[in-house]
Structure formats: C-alpha cells, structure tokens
Design a protein around this ligand. Structure first.
Ligand SMILES: [Zn+2]
Length: 124
C-alpha cells in the first residue's frame, strides 16, 4: 500500500524529532493533488505508531488546495482536483503547489510526566 510506506516515513521522522519524548499530537498538511488518502494515512498511523513514542498520538490532517497559474491568461487558479480549468476556459495550467505532504506540527511531552496522568495523593 502506497500510504503505508508514507506513514512509516512520517512516524520515523516524528520519532526522530521527539528525541525520546512522548508524542501526543501530530498535524499533517496534505495537498489535495498529492493522491494521498487521509483515511488511509489515519488507518496506517495507528498500526505503524504502535510500540514507538508516537503510539496513541492524536493525528490531525489538514487538506490544502493546490495552486496553479493559467498559461493562457496568467491568472492564479485554485486546484482542488488534478484536472482543473481556469475561469477563462483554458485548461493549460502550470501546477505550482498541491502535492506536498508535510508534518506541520507535533506536540511532545516528557515520558516521565504524561500530561494526562492521574494525580494520586501520596499516602503515609
Ligand atoms: Zn486563464
């Protein structure tokens, strides 16, 4: 599966940046023209993250439209699909962005103090 290898890369990069801390949240930005399915990434994420510092982290996926420029009239065109047409009628567009897959943000917490740890009063 295409998404499985992508997710492996994402988890590997996040693990590397976590430097031993526990990852609680990961935000990805996926271009709508990247042909990557967010649902598949979500599905693979839990499997790949298992047993790593990323296990149990919340995955946020932001889908962003691409941008192109019409070669006929020079107008900027928002690209939500691989096949797009400028308002002037031309489909001769140069693609400027939309295929990116970036790790936008990651939140970590030191292993010793998980943010959601129950606070138990000391006895004795
Ligand atoms: Zn145009």
């Amino acid at each position: 599966m295409h998404e499985l290898s992508i997710t492996r890369n994402i988890v590997a990069i996040v693990n590397e940046h976590a430097k031993g801390e526990r990852v609680t949240e990961v935000t990805l930005e996926i271009g709508l023209l990247s042909a990557v399915l967010p649902d598949s990434i979500r599905f693979c994420f839990d499997i790949v993250a298992k047993g790593t510092a990323v296990e149990g982290a919340r995955l946020n996926i932001i889908e962003v439209a691409g941008h192109g420029r019409c070669r006929a009239c020079g107008q900027d065109v928002e690209l939500r699909h691989p096949i797009a047409r400028c308002s002037c009628g031309s489909s001769d567009l140069s693609r400027l962005s939309g295929e990116q897959l970036t790790i936008k943000q990651m939140v970590t917490t030191p292993c010793a103090q998980p943010a959601d740890a129950p606070i138990t009063p000391l006895r004795g």
